[in-house]
Design a protein around this ligand. Structure first.
Ligand SMILES: Nc1nc2c(c(=O)[nH]1)N[C@H]1C(S)=C(S)[C@@H](COP(=O)(O)O)O[C@H]1N2
Ligand SMILES: [Mo]
Length: 523
């Protein structure tokens, strides 16, 4: 209601929307920056960007398979977090415009923001309520104060007494807003790096490596094909191992409070500290793990030497009841994966609660302090990282994280083979040329690999000596390459004698099928 002019001065003209939007943007940036800084400084305070990003992931509708595949990778996580930030700032700019003539509504908007941050922070299992509440209160206050202050500054330059120096007032307002946004960005970045480092510092004994009481024997002679440039190494270095998980920030459980709990349909539930876990007999073995979302020819697969406690031993100790048919691994970040109990009771299969990877303590990205490694099953139904809890239940009694989202409940790794050299679309010189790659069918093993050039017959490749049925093999075919454009295909036969199908399927719901095929030009 703007009625008559009661003051001796005319009412200040309404703020241009650009000025109000800039004020809103700067205030939003200040609030976000302060919140990220608090998240870095105050242990247990949730980061708004991470907490809201996690909530977005958690709110995926059932069947949102493709979105789910797409947010897996690390770059995609950064994009998700950045998108949350950009959307938040855009809304903040909008609230600035609203605040120009309806300050009450803008305040409600800011409070809603605060509540969303609080709600997201409270459902983050890695954050604590009180520090998160402090972060919310401080950042909402910062938003209100900075917005009010910048709007007042913008108005002052429009007031009649400032009319003589509009350029000065305008520059001062824009400069102040940009300075606020810049300081906010800086403190946000500081907060983020503190958050990452703070969580790292929470690992007091991160350097400990247990003595494997049964160390994996070295790979047999002939396990690694020598001298083929570009071929995947037999053992994937930790730094090159694929990483797939739903965590926007790597969970870094504190070892002094971390426990592994084994419970559910058991007669003797128990909990172990990290030291107690490491004091149990440690078994070491090579196992190839793979992601169900790996496309044909993709690299979401790797082979590592894992050491840890046999799952069988933990289950024996817990005295599993006969009704139990499913093992569920639950992570500190609430991720869950379930697999048939029967699968891990098989005598020739050793599932581990792994604590090392290639002789090093599990890297944070790969599940420190402990993770499950189950030969033969895709990671999403078995390989719980940052493991907190093993629950025995029935097959019908529980669905792991990805199952309601449309992925298969039972997911053995499909037989696959990949061409590493030559690279797709490569130009190669005519004459003897290596064609090489890897093939896997954990834990049925690989019997044979064959290569097909154009429409010729399938020809056998040389296959490396397998470390075990649970690991991949390398293969090599020496091709006398004639000039021209050629198609190269590969297929494997698993240990049961089943030939890898050429019928292509998408990764969802239970893994990609089909032959890897590349085109090359021989000159
Ligand atoms: N806690 C947790 N564990 C997890 C996941 C996850 O999102 N959270 N992803 C699983 C999936 S889908 C795969 S393929 C493997 C990947 O293990 P890596 O990142 O060590 O390669 O981890 C599994 N364990
Ligand atoms: Mo996966």
């Amino acid at each position: 209601m703007r009625t008559a002019v009661q003051t001796p001065y005319p009412a200040p003209p309404p703020l241009p929307w650009q000025a109000a939007a800039l004020a809103g943007l700067a205030a939003g940036a200040a609030a976000l920056g302060v919140a990220e800084l608090i998240a870095g400084l105050l242990p247990g305070a949730a980061s708004p960007l991470i907490a809201i990003g996690d909530t977005v992931i958690a709110l995926q509708p059932p069947g949102a398979k493709q979105f789910v595949v797409d947010i897996f990778g690390e770059a995609d996580k950064a994009i998700l977090v950045a998108t949350v930030g950009v959307v938040a700032l855009a809304v903040a700019a909008g609230l600035g415009v609203v605040a120009g003539d309806r300050p009450g509504l803008a305040r409600i908007g800011i409070a809603t923001f605060g509540l969303a941050y609080l709600g997201a922070g409270l459902r983050d299992p890695l954050s604590d309520a009180l520090p998160t509440l402090i972060g919310v209160v401080v950042s909402v206050s910062v938003a209100l104060v900075v917005l009010g202050w910048l709007l007042a500054l913008a108005r002052r330059r429009r007031a009649p007494e400032a009319a003589q120096m509009p350029a000065w007032g305008r520059r001062r307002f824009i400069g102040t807003s940009l300075a606020v946004a810049g300081v906010a960005l800086g403190s946000g970045l500081v907060g983020r790096s503190l958050l990452e480092r703070g969580r790292e510092a929470a690992l007091p004994q991160a350097g400990r490596i247990p003595d494997p009481s049964s160390t994996a024997p070295p790979p047999p002679a002939g396990a690694e094909l020598e001298g083929v440039e570009g071929l995947s190494p037999l053992v994937t270095p930790n730094s090159e191992f694929y990483r797939i998980d739903t965590a926007l920030i790597v969970p870094r459980p504190r070892l002094d409070t971390w426990r592994l709990r084994v419970h559910g349909l058991v007669d003797a539930p128990f909990e172990l500290t990290y030291d107690e876990l490491l004091a149990m007999p440690i078994h070491e073995q090579y196992v190839t793990i793979a992601c169900v979302s790996n496309e044909v020819g993709g690299n979401l697969v790797g082979n590592a030497r894992w050491a840890g406690v046999r799952l069988r031993e933990l289950l024996d100790r817990a005295q599993v009841r006969t009704e139990a048919t499913q093992v569920v691994g639950r992570a500190v970040d609430r991720f869950t994966a379930g697999f048939p109990l029967e699968w891990v009771l098989a005598a020739d299969r050793e599932a581990l609660v792994a604590v090392t990877m290639n002789g090093e303590p599990l890297p944070a990205d790969h599940g420190f302090p402990a993770r499950l490694i189950v030969p033969g099953l895709y990671g999403y139904v078995s390989a719980t990282k940052w493991l907190a809890d093993i629950e025995l239940t029935t097959w019908e009694g529980f669905d792991g994280y990805w199952v309601p989202l449309g992925w298969a409940k039972e997911a053995p790794i499909l037989t696959q083979s990949r061409i590493d050299v030559p690279r797709p679309s490569a130009r190669v010189a005519a004459g003897r040329t290596p064609i090489a790659g890897v093939a896997w069918a954990p834990d049925r093993g690989i019997n044979a690999v064959e290569v097909r050039i154009d429409d010729d017959d399938w020809q056998p490749a040389t296959v490396s000596t397998p470390i075990s049925d649970a690991t991949w093999v390398q293969w090599l075919f020496t091709w006398d390459a004639p000039p021209g454009a050629h198609t190269i295909r590969v297929r494997a036969t698993d240990g049961l004698g089943d030939v890898q199908t050429d019928q292509r399927t998408r990764p969802d719901p239970d893994g990609a099928r089909g032959h890897h095929q590349i085109e090359v030009t021989v000159t």
